[in-house]
Unconditional design. Sequence first.
Length: 198
Amino acid sequence: MTKNIQYYFVLNSPWSYFSGARLADIAKDKSTTVDLKPVVLSELFPRTGGQPLKQRSEQRQAYRLIELQRWSRQLGLSIHLEPAFFPVDESLAIRTVFAAIEGEHDALKLVIALGAALWRDNLNLADEQVITAVLVDVQLPVTLIQAAKNHQNYSQLLSDNTNEAISQGVFGVPSFVVGSELFWGQDRLDFLEQALTD
């Protein structure tokens, strides 16, 4: 039986940005599916012992920037270490992702492109025109924007995803679950790939 991947993420995470394209490649190579599960960090962190970035020590914040530079070079993915619009209100972008999922479009491709818009291109994901341009770029219908605006269950879906994530042991993003096995961080994708092979 083919194993699927549950992918817990936020667009505001540079580590989610780093993971997206490789996750898509792994899923394609292993002929598996990815269930996209955007979560709410402001709900996840307090319940699992995490801290928002600005509440972390200066040392931790400084080292985070060093690691982002290292991984940017390692992966060959350009990144703005401190984007102009970070943290961004990602609600419309995530609503658009939900609309893409419900419309049975390639929503992972959209997530990857939205992450690149924020972290690589330094764009504002709260801007409808930016999201529209991303949809055009990945050849998805721009009507998804209107569907996103009309989405009735957005908050409930996010809350359900967050509760589900916590029930599976998730405490940070990106996190991936295959069966009952949890993998936290874009640097655990090799282990994820192995789990799909076993």
